[in-house]
Ligand binder design. Sequence first.
Ligand code: PFF
Length: 452
Amino acid sequence: MLNRTESNHGMWSSRLMFILAAAGSAVGLGNIWRFPYLAGENGGGVFVLAYLVCIGFIGLPILISEILLGRAGRQSPIGAMVALADSVGVSRRWSVIGWMGALAGFMILSFYGVIAGWAMAYVPSTLSGTFVSISAIEAERSFEAFISDPWQVVGWQSLFMLLTIFIAARGVGRGLETTVRYLMPALFGLLILLLVYSAVTTGEFIAGLTFLFQPDFSRFNTDSLITAMGQAFFTLSLGMGAIMAYGAYMPKGSSIVGTATTIALLDTTVALMSGMVIFPLVFANGLESSAGPGLMFITLPIAFGQMAGGQIFGTLFFVLVTFAAITSSISLLEPAVAWVVEKTKLGRARSAMLVGVIAWALGLGSAFSFNIGSDWTIANGMTFFDTMDYVSNNILLPLGGILIAVFASWRLGQDQLLNEMSEDRAWIPVWRFLTRFLAPAGVLIVFVVTIF
Ligand code: PFF
């Protein structure tokens, strides 16, 4: 049986640092860019309700499983799965969880880096007053002009990836922990500031709340449910080993259930707060709540451009998005970086560069999907960008999630389980029921429905 108390990659200096790092991974473009536009497109309150149910009954149990496996294995997800499979005497093929996860990480990072680059590009353009009093048509044109310039898109994507590689190269303590230690409190501070701004200046705060929290069941359909479930995986960074990798660096002796619940609550709070910042701005300026992915890059700049203080608060908003994206992208790289460190003599810095450059190169495909490569379609008319997003979120993450839940609840030895969950004994039966039956069944349903 494995019983390591440390990982060779380094450790978080405290439980709080693990929480900040994992919440940093979870809170990202998924919360600020994706959640509000999905809620907008899927009728608001109904979607939010379905999303909350998915987080509680499927996301949280799988989040607990990932932390558990990571902490029990104390290595990269691939290494941890091999070691855990050996220790309980099952096939090493379970390490497919780690392999699929690394693949999903590359695929997600390929489009994540592009969108994060856009958000970064919007910091100087908002600050310099590009959007002051801009009309809807002009905002749309300016966004279109920006994304159709391959140099600009690749330039910002490259800058974002460079930052990600730089942080990863510095290692767990000096790189990842130092980053989340400062950026996460800054992120929460900025979000609260923006919430107050939105509530005080728009006069539409209640309209925003009503939109988010009043379920209108006439708009409920299977599609909202499926989208909500996929979003629950994406937003909690589940199914690809990011949280497993972070769990490997978590100190022993703190409750996994309590920690996971805190992370899920923080993530959900940020998503809801982002909605509460964005929708009052949208309604106050007579804009469309169902604008889709352009909500953040077209609709919001129009709103900020029409409001007092919009230049400053708009800039702060895009700084917030950039911070949130960086603390997530480092976790997308970590499983593969840790594995290369374990398997080669390259060391941390060169491993981070190697893995980062591969992710960056794959990302070029996504960057070009909006300009010179917009007609390079792969299947069903989907661009490279669409394909990466679709395959990773709708196939790899749910599949990884089922395998993680099944391994943790059906395969892990009782002694290992008790060893990791000694602080959570009372919760073991509930967790086990959810991970053995409910979460896999739920995921399987989504999986089947989205594919067929
Ligand atoms: N959770 C991140 C977000 O909501 O933006 C995205 C993400 C990060 C997904 C890390 C998966 C992952 F492993």
